[in-house]
Write a protein that binds this ligand. Structure first.
Ligand code: FER
Length: 252
């Protein structure tokens, strides 16, 4: 299924919970940088949510998976407008009660930003290993394990798996201040982070959790960026927190 965003087709997949009545809550699930909706950890999180009564809408973002756009041309602004469009699509579905956002890494930062922008309609957030050091790295000239002059941004940066990342990605990232988005969001938040994350230092998960008004942090000892060792612990954390958070009638 495609969701249209200003002429760009976003590949999306809706999975209904194992058991459901006429209506149910829905979680939008967003992958990370160079990722897509069929990655092991993305599918597993969606399935875990389906098991406990949540519909999920997995989406490939601009320049990723089977969505339109070139990887090289993607920016955080494009991902953000994609997210706003997907949230509006979810709001148009008759069966949906509450809408939650879950994202991994760059998708985690995206849900932190989009959640703040749509805080009146987003019931809660699950940033998994959120890569919110990207804007800081873009301003300091350190991204993707490379250094560059942040005042003279290269037209193309070599990215993972011999792809190129356009300089506009860096220019956009330099303008983003995730702290403001954290401060604007008062709904419930769950952050899960492996303490051996090789791509996003665990300190970022810890710092975001401290800064959110209403946040639970679950650290996974010994685990990596994509939870190679203890994905089951990530799923347990998500299910346990979601059951509780969805039960409470929090003011948003
Ligand atoms: C970086 C480190 C991590 C970076 C992006 C990421 C663009 C994102 C990781 C992910 O989304 O999985 O330096 O630069």
């Amino acid at each position: 299924m495609f969701i249209m965003d200003d002429g760009i087709r976003l590949n999306a997949k809706l999975d209904m919970p194992r058991e459901h009545g006429e209506k149910c809550p829905l979680v939008i699930v967003i992958h990370g940088f160079t990722g897509h909706m069929e990655e092991r950890h993305i599918v597993a999180v969606a399935q875990a949510l389906n098991e406990i009564g949540f519909a999920t809408l997995r989406v490939d973002m601009y320049g990723h998976g089977n969505s339109d756009g070139k990887f090289e041309d993607h920016t955080l602004y494009k991902w953000l407008t994609n997210a706003l469009t997907v949230i509006d699509y979810a709001r148009s579905l008759d069966f949906v009660t509450d809408i939650w956002l879950c994202g991994h890494s760059q998708g985690g930062m995206t849900v932190m930003l989009a959640g703040a922008m749509k805080r009146d309609v987003i019931r809660g957030l699950i940033p998994l290993s959120p890569a919110w050091m990207i804007p800081e790295g873009a301003r300091n000239g350190t991204l993707l394990g490379q250094t560059f002059d942040p005042y003279r941004i290269p037209d193309v940066l070599p990215a993972w798996g011999d792809r190129g990342l356009g300089g506009n990605y860096v220019r956009v990232a330099q303008t983003i201040h995730v702290e403001e988005a954290i401060d604007r969001y008062t709904g419930p938040v769950l952050i899960v982070h492996g303490d051996q994350d090789e791509a996003v230092p665990v300190e970022y998960g810890i710092r975001a959790a401290e800064r959110y008004r209403n946040c639970k942090l679950v650290l996974i000892p010994g685990d990596t960026h994509c939870y190679d060792y203890h994905l089951d612990q990530v799923l347990d954390a998500v299910k346990t927190w979601m059951r509780k958070a969805a039960d409470k009638k929090t003011e948003i």
